[in-house]
Ligand binder design. Sequence first.
Ligand code: ATP
Length: 257
Amino acid sequence: MLELQHIHKYYNPGTINEMCLFEDFNITVEDGQFVSVVGSNGSGKTSLLNLICGSIGLDSGRVLIDGKNITNDKEYKRNQYIGRVFQNPAMGTCPNMTIAENMSLADNKGKFYGLRAGKKKDRMDYYRDSLKKLSLGLEDKMDVKVGVLSGGQRQAMALLMSTLTPIRFLILDEHTAALDPKTAELIMQLTDKIVKEKKLTTIMVTHNLRYAVDYGNRLVMMHQGRAVMDYAGDEKDKIEIDRILDKFNEISIECGN
Ligand SMILES: Nc1ncnc2c1ncn2[C@@H]1O[C@H](COP(=O)(O)OP(=O)(O)OP(=O)(O)O)[C@@H](O)[C@H]1O
């Protein structure tokens, strides 16, 4: 279980640009939940993910996992059990390295790195099998540099790489936003498959309201650092996209969008 308790987060404190984003923000994410987070621009969605991953600090409050306080744990330490996929496919993969080398890099996350060859022969079959599950033919391109792959292929790899080691939490930061609609759908289906197979607790920020409705078992709408809508389980299943759209229009008007 992941808990954010009484979070206060200021940007540029003590300056003319001081801005309080979160003021006593609380959220609890149960094991196995797939939370879709939508919301207006600047509502704090990415900041929320950054706080969970330890990419930014907080001013007060606590981040807990299974009751253990991880507030002061550094990002690299949290990366042991958190995988993250970004909007830009280039963020999750290394373009000048081959597919096999990228997989090896992901496989060695958190382990000691020496100057020996990056690829482990005994893991190659495992990488090939894992890539095969993407159904993109990447298993036959193990020696191809990742930089020549399409955005969708790279994002599929980023997804696979972020979940290669036994993580518990998957953080998706608008991970389909840079893709064409067909490829985005494919990546969403892959995401759903991986999340279910590996039983990952998932938090997905998306601007696509349909994905937020179709995928996951909880929907949170953010506005000005607050959750203004939060439906889980059966309640979420019953929700209609028109109701979300109405609420979304309401908060967008408030923001002047
Ligand atoms: N490093 C930073 N320094 C100063 N202000 C920041 C920083 N990061 C975010 N902000 C501000 O905090 C607010 C929330 O930003 P955040 O990126 O979390 O929102 P978001 O909901 O992800 O927005 P979007 O949908 O546009 O990506 C915005 O007003 C933004 O300008």
